[in-house]
Design a protein around this ligand. Structure first.
Ligand SMILES: CC(C)(COP(=O)(O)OP(=O)(O)OC[C@H]1O[C@@H](n2cnc3c(N)ncnc32)[C@H](O)[C@@H]1OP(=O)(O)O)[C@@H](O)C(=O)NCCC(=O)NCCS
Length: 176
């Protein structure tokens, strides 16, 4: 398979109230079961909840206004010293260019900075690409949840729970 060019620059910023439409469209492009704007607003309003959006600056390739195109997102929650990666996705056209890597790294660092010592996530047992991404960032399987995902076609799929030691991965917390 031909290697796609890495983007010139990936910019990560916190999701704000004006990003809900963009976030919902991105989520829909990544998952069979789309989350609505109100679902996303609810998640972001939870105590400790935050979202990150990845934007690409590619000069000549993505010119003018589109030079700040939103191409991926992550959603996280921190509760005391534990954090959870609730969702991560990159629009299909922009995959395998390091966007999720940047988002995951920034999510882990943000959670660590506000006091989380560990990060947990669930990933479908058949989502091998995402599992590889997580393993490359220090996540290990710590459990299996049968029938965790209910797909629109009626299929039920198990999930692995994965955990990462943020202290070892990201260093000391700047948080409380
Ligand atoms: C999983 C997902 C977020 C990865 O995004 P991405 O921007 O393409 O990931 P990256 O380019 O940062 O990939 C980093 C590494 O992860 C691994 N990886 C990512 N996608 C992969 C795939 N489809 N197959 C195999 N390995 C993959 C590779 O090791 C990759 O490094 P490489 O490209 O140098 O080989 C993206 O495919 C996606 O949005 N999928 C649909 C939503 C989803 O499954 N989210 C996770 C739910 S738990």
């Amino acid at each position: 398979m031909a290697t796609l060019p890495k983007p010139a620059a990936i910019s990560i910023r916190t999701v704000g109230p004006f990003d809900l439409g963009r976030l919902s469209r991105l989520h829909k492009s990544c998952f069979e079961e789309a989350w609505s704007r109100s679902d996303l607003a609810h998640l972001l309003a939870m105590p400790g909840g935050f979202g990150l959006i990845a934007r690409l600056y590619e000069g000549g390739l993505v010119a003018g206004f589109d030079a700040m195109r939103g191409v991926g997102f992550s959603l996280c929650r921190v509760v005391r010293d534990e954090s959870e990666l609730l969702s991560i996705g990159v629009a299909p056209t922009w995959r395998r260019r390091g966007v999720a890597t940047s988002l995951l790294q920034a999510s882990m660092e943000r959670c660590r900075a506000i006091g989380a010592a560990q990060m947990f996530l669930e990933v479908a047992v058949d989502n091998h690409g995402a599992q590889r991404l997580y393993e490359e960032h220090g996540f290990e399987r710590v459990g299996v949840r049968p029938d965790y995902y209910h797909r629109p076609n009626g299929e039920r799929v198990a999930a692995y729970t994965m955990r990462c030691d943020l202290e070892a991965r990201c260093g000391p917390s700047r948080g409380p």
